[in-house]
Design a binder for this molecule. Structure first.
Ligand code: FES
Length: 146
């Protein structure tokens, strides 16, 4: 067996290695945001049963927006109790607002109008606002995802 001396790396070999390493790092840096985009988002959000903060101080006709689970929900105090509906418009997902003067939900994106029961009055939404379960326990009010 012959003993051979290792050849020192040539300048060309070193530069090729450097370019390959740089290409790999650049590719990895560009791929990370793409992979993060495709990775399923964690189901975030709060608890699925939430107490309505300040419910006792709400006057009839008033509404508040809150988060139940991962959903934005609008809770309305009516004359005979509370009701809650998803605040996400069934057309393209914009957040609707409760107009206490008109007693209607208004979607700012395409001018949709929903009545106080979440039913479509006008505009492009294909369906009513989904209701949420409301429970009154003493002077506390809880909203639960349906
Ligand atoms: S998103 Fe609400 S009307 Fe289009």
């Amino acid at each position: 067996m012959a003993i051979t001396a290792e050849k020192p790396p040539s300048r060309r070999g070193f530069l090729e290695l450097l370019v390959a390493f740089g290409t790999f790092v650049s590719g990895a840096v560009m791929a990370i945001p793409g992979l993060m985009y495709m990775w399923p988002a964690a189901k975030g959000g709060g608890p699925a049963r939430v107490e309505v903060d300040g419910a006792a101080r709400m006057s009839p006709g008033q509404g508040v927006i809150m988060q139940v689970g991962s959903e934005a929900v609008i809770v309305i105090r009516g004359r005979d109790g509370f009701s809650a509906y998803s605040a996400v418009c069934t057309h393209l997902g914009c957040l609707v607002k409760w107009d206490s003067g008109r007693q209607e939900f208004l979607c700012p994106c395409h001018a949709a109008v929903f009545d106080k029961d979440g039913q479509v009055v006008s505009g492009p939404p294909p369906a009513a606002l989904p209701p949420f379960v409301v429970k009154e326990v003493g002077d506390k009010v809880f909203v639960t995802a349906a």
